[in-house]
Design a protein around this ligand. Sequence first.
Ligand code: MCN
Ligand code: CUM
Length: 806
Amino acid sequence: MNDMAPTREQREANLEGMGCKRKRVEDVRFTQGKGNYVDDLKLPGMLHGDFVRSPYPHARVVSINTEAALKVPGVLAVLTAEDLKGVNLAWMPTLAGDVQMVLADGKVLYQNQEVAFVVATDRYAADDGINAVEVEYEQLDVVIDPFTAMAPDAPVLREDLAGKTEGAHGPRKHHNHVFEWTVGDRELTDAAFAKADVTIKEMLSYHRTHPSPLETCQCVCSFDKIRGELSIWGTFQAPHVIRTVVALIAKIPEHKIHVIAPDIGGGFGNKVGAYPGYICAAVATIVTGKPVKWVEDRIENLTTTSFARDYHMTTEIAATREGKVTGLRVHVLADHGAFDACADPSKWPAGFFNIVTGSYDFPTAHVAVDGVYTNKAPGGVAYRCSFRVTEAAYCIERGMDILAQKLGMDPAELRLKNFIKPEQFPYHSALGWEYDSGDYQTAMKKMMETVDYAGLRKEQSEKREAFKRGETREIMGLGVSFFTEIVGAGPSKNCDILGIAMFDSCEIRMHPTGAGIARVGSKSQGQGHETTWAQIIATEIGIPADDIMVEEGNTDTAPYGLGTYGSRSTPVAGAAIAMAARKIKAKAQMIAAYKLEVHEGDLEWDIDGFRVKGLPEKTMSMKDICWAAYNSVPPGMEPGLEAVSYYDPPNMTYPFGAYICVMEIDVDTGVYKIRRFYALDDCGTRINPMIIEGQVHGGLTEAFAIAMGQEIRYDETGNVITGSFMDFFMPTAVETPHWETDFTVTPSPHHPIGAKGVGESPNVGGVPAFSNAVNDAFSFLGSTHIQMPHDFWRNWKAAKDLGALG
Ligand code: MCN
Ligand code: CUM
């Protein structure tokens, strides 16, 4: 036997705390098929609900006949808007201050909208019932192109809003207008443009797409009539918010509602909102007295639940001849679909789009966003978007490339010239944000050196000459992207949902043997919280991560939290975890002082316990303190060792990154090759480098999909023509390029452990890198901007339009 005491390094390693590439503990069950998803839940007597959906994008519902459906064997009930009116649930409030039909009330406004809810003993019977429901429609003219939505004679979509000149976010200019949101100084910006040496103006469209998690949206609702309690298991990114919403709209006392989000198979923002399926399943369980399950299929998910983007950004930049930016002016036409169901913090109808000045020191800027209604599915804030930061980053990063092209400057050089400098932090942006920290130059230069940027540019110009000489049919593009994100919603001074401040929470309870449980207000959809949250606690209190169980998603046991989206978990819940752990440590110090018979101030922390200053052999480990907490605390102290923290962050966090994509395109076929993709991310202090790398790989794969082909497209009559994975580009390992990741570390000065969010960064920074690569490839043929998505056909078309096909 070896009696040697463990070294400091061994004690440190034993914790598997922050900085450790700890393996994901949740994967033990995921990789063995032992995850516990909503659809795994089977309650005794459980019924299945499914929707009758509209084939038309805009139509009056003349009549609904449910008689035949009710005769189908196994069908127990068919709910329509008329039934829901009895319980005041035919419409539901959206998070954006609008209202949304739960079931078609008088008309339908987008294809596949929910018209009736059939409840049956199994899914097959429900499906037969759906086919037997007779609905008579009278088709109406459609509005599909958002640019025509506000034409004087455009069809009236929202008859429920007829005559309403005020919306949730101020005046409405037209019957299909949702809101206008403006920020910045219009006059100063106009003046900057008036005296600029150089200006650019381009309409940059970020097309409609969809997060499409592999597990679709779903729930099981079960009402206990005796207790008057409603239990809801669902794919919820924010379970507590769902509980509050249900309490408010169903008038069931909040303590009698149990919301449980079990394992979630990807969310990507798709599972933040409230959907008709949840309401109908809840009503159905109350009506039938039996549990009711609702599970979307793929087509339903792609065509009805929260879409992403659909921002059309007229972008103008003013600059000096030397390439110093002097003003930014953006007008956005935002297509919100039939209802404004954006899941933004209440005061932010366009999310945090006003981060659009990006990483650059713009003296002045002005943004106006007009939201319009169209005959498309509602949603708009999903898909690793950080509340429209994806759109903002695309806007400014394409804009900077277009400006560079006009100035005849290198795009990387133009960025370096305009970066906010390290000494300017905390930096106040022209559009109102206070950037906490950043070192953009270092990140950019590291990227440029690693990929040999100068060498790539040289190769590109040689290739261009060869192309002109007719020696090759391949063109080469370098897509540079430097993004600044804003994540961690958020400070209660500017962020709330339904009036609830966007804090987050953690409760830690240490058991006598030195193990413990941490319950957190966030909710993982695959990000690995069970692994990383324990690592924060391990470092903070010196208990091995393996001895801390992390639990999320049950509103009965977890402290109130605002959930996981907007990469807010690390910035907000992560801070609450560290603060709760510090409360544990403070009490532990008092217990240790008592036991070691010294003054508290005589103790110092040492990896996994306290030691007496100057007497390193006099120590008490955290594990022993846990035991003492249950039998010999100082007189007057309560026994036990637990703590709760509710953390209201003082500011957002501002992660950033430098990405580059090296691409080659065959002009005759439009086929592209991603030769290299390098992504440097700075998310401050890194909790688990392996998980961060996984997050970046996943987000880059999504960015690749979006930029290079993935789209929710409607034809001119309002049919969704990309409603399945046959048409909606979902990259597999075959198409996905190799990702190179890298990092710098610029801690957040206000976060207890200096960490910033990272979950959405790769999507935010990735899309402009791909799009800039395509545009950079074609630029020497005379184009300034080619709209996304850059699929083979569009690349070929671009080559043809530019006369490159001879
Ligand atoms: N992390 C870290 N060090 C940091 C920052 C983060 O180790 N400095 C770790 C965290 O501990 C966490 C993960 O990285 O395990 C992501 O953390 P964070 O950036 O705080 O983001 P959230 O946990 O709030 O996750 C939300 C974010 C969003 S909004 C979308 S959309 C998205 C994303 O995460 N959806 C995902 N990544 C996803 N990954 C998976 N697998 N599935 C989804 O649905
Ligand atoms: Cu905007 S997608 Mo994420 O915030 O859940």
